[in-house]
Ligand binder design. Structure first.
Ligand SMILES: C[S@@+](CC[C@H](N)C(=O)[O-])C[C@H]1O[C@@H](n2cnc3c(N)ncnc32)[C@H](O)[C@@H]1O
Ligand SMILES: Nc1nc2[nH]cc(C(=O)O)c2c(=O)[nH]1
Ligand code: SF4
Ligand SMILES: [Mg+2]
Length: 237
């Protein structure tokens, strides 16, 4: 089956969430059912860049070509990878080669292949994104993953106080799911890395302090986007 691919890159490290630091390749798919105001990968859905329709075997060959034998983990992100049925076949091909597979999605669309993923990150969107969470859909998502004992986590990006309140609500609704807070990057186009890092570290400190204050947030992890601290807004890292 064919999948629209925006970019394939790596090996790099996973810069976010539950498997932060994990050496991994990335497959970034095209298209999203959301349009978050601060999306750092808006080229996947805003028409500014083109995807390439690729057979799953060709994706695997390309990963082998650019990553050689220097990886055993593949992260599928987007856009929303859950738009694409063909990813089930891609997961199978990766597993046949002994690679683990992670996915990044916002939890708005379900695919049965989600149950075959080794690390599922669900990132529901807070008010600052301009998107609205369909909690009935998210409930269903979490139920299916929990029933299958999937290795899943929730990750909420935080820009402001309203986002923090939203995150408290989400964590309270799904207390058994490992929960991550991630600092938001409000300037995902600047090339001034020094100023960007200074701003992100100061926002990170604010988020840590805010979390320390909150009695709803006793069992959470607070993280930056490690790749942004290291490489700024550079694409393909
Ligand atoms: C580009 S999205 C693609 C996967 C999926 N559409 C999603 O949103 O989960 C990958 C991750 O980047 C996060 N992200 C996007 N823009 C960001 C920004 N400006 N600052 C911090 N995190 C951001 C998303 O919340 C998500 O967790
Ligand atoms: N290094 C690195 N880590 C990431 N974690 C999530 C990413 C994404 O854009 O989905 C991402 C990315 O683009 N690069
Ligand atoms: S859901 Fe993810 S890819 Fe889609 S617009 Fe939001 S951050 Fe970007
Ligand atoms: Mg990213």
């Amino acid at each position: 089956m064919k999948i629209p691919v925006m970019e394939l890159f790596g090996p790099t490290i996973q810069g976010e969430g539950m498997v932060i630091g994990q050496k991994t390749m990335f497959v970034r798919t095209g298209g999203c059912d959301y349009s978050c105001s601060w999306c750092d990968s808006s080229f996947t859905w805003d028409g500014s860049a083109r995807s390439t329709l690729m057979e799953t075997e060709a994706i695997v060959s390309e990963l082998e070509k650019i990553g050689g034998e220097r990886f055993s983990h593949v992260t599928i992100s987007g856009g929303n990878p859950a738009l694409h049925k063909g990813i089930g076949e891609l997961i199978e091909l990766c597993h046949q080669r002994g690679w683990k597979v992670a996915v990044e999605t916002q939890g708005s669309l379900w695919q049965d292949w989600m149950l075959a993923i080794d690390d599922v990150t669900i990132s529901p969107k807070p008010p600052s994104s301009g998107m609205e969470t369909d909690f009935a859909k998210l409930d269903h998502y979490i139920e299916q993953l929990t029933a299958a004992s999937s290795n899943a986590s929730l990750k909420v990006v935080i820009f402001d106080e309203a986002d923090f309140t939203y995150a408290e609500h989400v964590h309270k609704r799904y207390p058994a799911v490992p929960f991550f807070l991630q600092i938001g990057n409000d300037d995902s186009t600047t090339t001034d890395d020094e100023a960007l890092v200074a701003k992100l570290l100061s926002r990170f400190e604010w988020l840590i302090e805010r979390t320390i204050e909150s009695k709803e947030m006793n069992d959470v992890k607070v993280l930056p986007q490690l790749h942004t601290l290291l490489w700024g807004n550079k694409r393909g890292v």
